[in-house]
Design a protein around this ligand. Sequence first.
Ligand SMILES: Cc1ncc(COP(=O)(O)O)c(C=O)c1O
Length: 481
Amino acid sequence: MYDHNATPIYSALKKYMAENNLRLHMPGHSGGKGFREEELKAVGALDLSEVPGLDDLHLPLQAIKSARLLLADAFGAGQSLFLLNGATSGIHALFLSLLPAGTKVIIPRNAHRSFFGGMVLSGAWPVYLPCCLDPGTGIALAVSNEDLSRLLQQNSELEGAFLTSPSYYGTSCELDKISAVLKEKNKLLLVDEAHGGHFPFHPAYPRPALQSGADAVVNGLHKTLPVLNQGACLHLATDFGEWEQVFTAWSLLTTTSPSYPIMASIDLARQLMVEEGFSLLERAWHLSRNFKSRINQIKGLHCFEEEELKTLPGVSGVDPLKVLISTQELSIDGLAVAKLLRQKYRIQLELAAPGIILAMMSIFHEEDDWERLYRALEELAWDYRAKRPASLAEVEIPPPPGLILSPREAYQAAKKPLPLEECGGAIAGEVIAAYPPGIPCLLPGELIDETMLDYLRYLKKSGLRLQGTQDPDLNYVRIIE
Ligand SMILES: Cc1ncc(COP(=O)(O)O)c(C=O)c1O
């Protein structure tokens, strides 16, 4: 049995600090002496390196070893690793270790950019899974088990699937069903659960991917728990056999100068969640139910509640802490709402798009904080109560065009800008995604056929906000030479 109250890394740090050693070692700020600013001095005192007593991240025998065991136990994993370059580094490590050059893997079309980086590093080929969109807002909330099963039937040589659950908006996929389908065919299920690090600690939150049968899971702990930016972790299931491969890739990608403040914050957050996570999450869940329903009564706003989201295709669970609100019935769009919230009410949202806003609440927000958001929204919805005219008719994104080069080949190829009208038949050298839904219509290595060219012409005219393109007006597209 583990002592979950223990915080081995934090305790080792405190012990070293209490010894008041003359620090004749890295980092070069010498325990904060080198900083002139008081805030940085305090951080510097904690910012140690791998001196005796503080263990070694790549060959852990003491504090880091114990902290890793505690982390794995708290999350129900067989093995857990500290990630110090965000969820991104865990996603990269999984691609590099489990999806080597030439292998094919199912990934959602709207996967985070770190998936693309993972494929560049490993040489894997993607087989894209379409996203289930909310018909009202057009945002991508999940992927469906049926679509995944179809792809598995069509591609017998697939290694497995690397999915994202929950989505950025807090909706989780039907991972139980998906993992059963994959297990039956002896395929891998890897999950980017970057936004779900708090799920294991309360049953009212979506079921954690590891409990649903995932082989490996990445949690971006800094996104939802009291963990310093970049702090994340990678878990392997108890029955997962290839852990040495994953460790080797993780070690290859990981710094030899790990940040102890980040690791200590993971250690402390794990202890907090095991000891008090249930009550903190319980309180937040009640606040969320209460305020989501109150926001929903504000004329002109529509706050998505759990029951409604769960009726949408592919959605099996909803994170109460993500507050997703449609602003489509107001006279101003979501971007203007977010701007006003910041300027007039001093409230900064996580995301704003033409038709929606997303507020990220945490287990630490008090009733007063929820009330402050509610009151600001109420006032703003009254001030801008007239419905605005419908915007440009939406055109459906064409299905992903043929993949001519793997992400790695496309990354390595020489590229040049070409006027849009000359791009027919060319191979894309950049990502093009309009927001919303933020799903790329084109990724590097894909063929720009006539249907895609037509869609790009529409995008150019629409004035929609584009992501990934070097030329935001789309007069030119970067293509592969
Ligand atoms: C779904 C998803 N996966 C992965 C990442 C990468 O996380 P990090 O910034 O911790 O590297 C993000 C970042 O926003 C994300 O939203």
